[in-house]
Design a protein around this ligand. Sequence first.
Ligand SMILES: NC(=O)c1ccc[n+]([C@@H]2O[C@H](COP(=O)([O-])OP(=O)(O)OC[C@H]3O[C@@H](n4cnc5c(N)ncnc54)[C@H](OP(=O)(O)O)[C@@H]3O)[C@@H](O)[C@H]2O)c1
Length: 345
Amino acid sequence: MEMLNSKFFTIKTHIEGAPQESMFEIKTQTLPPLGPNDVLVKCLYVSIDPYQINRMKSQSSSQNSVAAASKITPGMTITCGGLGRVVASNHPDYQKNDIVHGIINWAEYTIVKTENMLRKLDTLEFPLSYHVGILGTSGFTAFGGFFKICKPKKEDKVFVSAAAGSVGNLVGQYAKLFGCFVVGCAGTKQKVELLKEKLGFDDAFNYKEERDLKSTLQRYFPHGIDIYFDNVGGEMLEAAVANMNAFGRIAACGVISDYTNSGKHTALSMVDVIYKRIMIQGFLLTDFSINDYNDFMSKTMDYIRARKLCVLEDISCGIESSPSAFVGLFRGDNVGKKIVQIAKE
Ligand SMILES: NC(=O)c1ccc[n+]([C@@H]2O[C@H](COP(=O)([O-])OP(=O)(O)OC[C@H]3O[C@@H](n4cnc5c(N)ncnc54)[C@H](OP(=O)(O)O)[C@@H]3O)[C@@H](O)[C@H]2O)c1
């Protein structure tokens, strides 16, 4: 194979606070020859995810959790979930032109050392980008987090934060389809309208316009909250705990309000947690089983076919847009799943 150049992004230095576009730089590398079992993938879609900020810090406990969340040092390629087309393969399971998803890079091309990193797409029934969002890790996080961690019952009263985001919008939609009462919060008027008008949430509010989150939640949940799906942590988690019912369940999915502000710590009322017997469980999507995954895929594909789930995607075009797409997550720029399309299919 002829020599191939590939543009890729890296960080200039470790990022400790809020990320800015100027903290990233684009570089070009000449790809080395493929080793035994290597697969060369042309990147088509990459997933833009908040957790990556924890990988970019000089130190974070998340970096020791799973391989996919390991530390990124300046100069290194940034690995991420994504989807691409096989250009060349030394692995017997992958052929040229196969569409694959798994761990690739913020780059034009990725050489994948295939151990557990890649899967061939099972179906071409849906737009390819769906496999980075609703049928990818965001969808599985929402499905597993809601059904396995929150253990819902019909008519449970459910609160979701970052509800117009990638995971949050799906949690709310699954909860509605299951028969729960659902309220979401988001950071703009337009997102709040979307949740109520298009996604079928029972109600929604703009948390940035509220002064006292405890009384806000009391207003939206006069009979208390049974399930809180927490994407943000901080004051919202404190306010939710104050409004939880006895034996309420909180799925601690993400703490985006802490990611860029490590000095900030959530001050939970542990007296509430104990006397109301609240279960708070952190989880990672890697905790769920292959049976959970198959259940998630079959139910979610059926819902999409029946148009019962609305697919919210927010796609930027071109590798150059990756830093602004990422930085935008922390400003609430995205509506639904943030994806960068690196190349046309
Ligand atoms: N446990 C797991 O396995 C797992 C897997 C995937 C994701 N996650 C976590 O789940 C959460 C959601 O991820 P996602 O991919 O779906 O991202 P996302 O919700 O699509 O994007 C992040 C959203 O968070 C909101 N936000 C940003 N800064 C905030 C702040 N300081 N306070 C409150 N809200 C803020 C913004 O919306 P607004 O306009 O509403 O502010 C933004 O659009 C993240 O915390 C992520 O780390 C966990």
